[in-house]
Design a protein around this ligand. Sequence first.
Ligand code: BJ8
Length: 424
Amino acid sequence: MSANHKEMWEKLDLDLTGHDALLEVLGKFYGDIYMSQQGRLKGAEYLDFVLSEIHGLRIKELQDAKAQGHKVVGTFCVFVPEELTLAADAVHVGLCAGADAGREQAETMVPRNTCALIKSFIGFKLARLCPFTESCDLIVGETTCDGKKKAYEAFGKITPMHIMEVPQQKRTSDRDLWRSEVLRYKEALEKLTGRAITAEKLGQAIRVVNAKRAALQRLNALRSADPAPISGRDALLINQISFYDDPVRFTAKINELCDELETRVAAGQGVAPKGAPRLLLSGCPMAVPNWKVPYVAESTGAVVVGEESCIGTRNSRDLVDESARDLDAMIEALVDRYLRIDCACFTPNDERLDNIAAEAKAAKADGVLHYSLLFCQPYTHEAFKVADRLRTEKIPMLAVETDYSMDDVEQLKTRIGAFVETLG
Ligand code: BJ8
C-alpha cells in the first residue's frame, strides 16, 4: 500500500497513525491472500496496482476531479443508480465497509448486534480512516434493511446524506414509488452539481455503465470453463474494484483480462486442476477487504466460480435498455432495471431463488456456499429458502454465518472443507 500521499490524507483530516496501521494490515492481508496464488493472470497486475493505490492515486483522482468542479457521491447499495450520478458529471464510488475498523466507536451509535458491514461504514467515519468517505460531497443511503435504515439516521447527523426509499415489494404501486425516488435522486444530483441531467448525458452514462456490467458478465461466463481460468479471489476483487475505479478504465482493463482468459480457456489451462470441486458463493455483499470466505474455500482445494451477491451478479446481471431516446423513457428504463434487483430485503423474493439455481447451473457449480453476515436478518432468513430450493434441484448447499474477524477461520476451514469433500 502506498504511503506517499500523507499531505493529501492530512488535508482530508484522516487519523494518520490509525490510517498507517490500517494500510499496513491491509498490505499484509493482501500479500497473504493474493500474492501467494499460483498461475495468476498477467492482467492481475492491474488489480494489484489498483489495490496498492486504493487510498493513493484513486483518491488523488477524486481530489483532482473536485478541483475541476466535479462532485463525489458515495453509496452503500447497488440500488443507487450510478447512471444518474455520472450523467450529472459527478464521480460515483461504492464505500467499501469490508473491514473491522472503528468497531468500538461504531458501537456508541448502533447496537452491538448490528452486522459488520454497517458497523464498518460508521467505524470508518468515526475513526477518520477512509479517504473515500472523507472525499464525498454527498453520501446516498437507502431504506433496505432495518439495520441500515436506522444507522443512516445516526450517520446523517455526521455527514451530508440523501436517502432513497426502496420499496419492499414489486407491485405497480411500488414501482410508482421507486420511480418517484429515482426522480428525487436526479433532482438532488442536479442541485448538488448545478448541472442539468439531459437525455444526451444520461444516454452516454447508461452506455458506460452497461459496458462495465457487460465486461463483468463476460468474465463470469468465462468462469464456467473447467478448469476454472481464474480464482474466485481474483474475480471477487474485480467485482470489488468495479465499485470505485473509473468505469471506462475499468471496463477496458477487464476486457483485456477477459481476452487473456479466453486464451487460457482455449488452451485448457486453469488455476485449479480440471475436476476440482466448484462452488458458487451466494448471499451478503463482500466489500473490500472482505476476502475471508473465498480464501478459506479455495484453501480447501475448491475453486469459487461465481458470486451471487451485490459484489457479484446482483450488480452485473441486468443492463439498462439502451433503446430509449428521450429522458422520460430513459428514466423508465432505469426504474425497471433497478427494480429487478433481488435483494433479500424484498418480500416475497422468489426470483432470487430462481437466479441462484440458474447461476449454479450456468457456472457448473457442484455446490453453493451461502454466506450471511452475523446479525443480517434478510440473508440469514433467506438461507432456509435457498436450501429448500436447491434441494429440489439436487444442488448441495452449506450455509455459514460469519463477520469480519479472523477468529473463526479454522472453524470455517473445517466446515467448508468437510462440505467440499462431500462434493467429491
Ligand atoms: S441491494 S444486499 S447492497 S441492501 S449485510 S447491511 S442487508 S444487515 S448490504 Fe445490501 Fe443493497 Fe440489498 Fe445489495 Fe443489512 Fe444484511 Fe448488513 Fe446488508
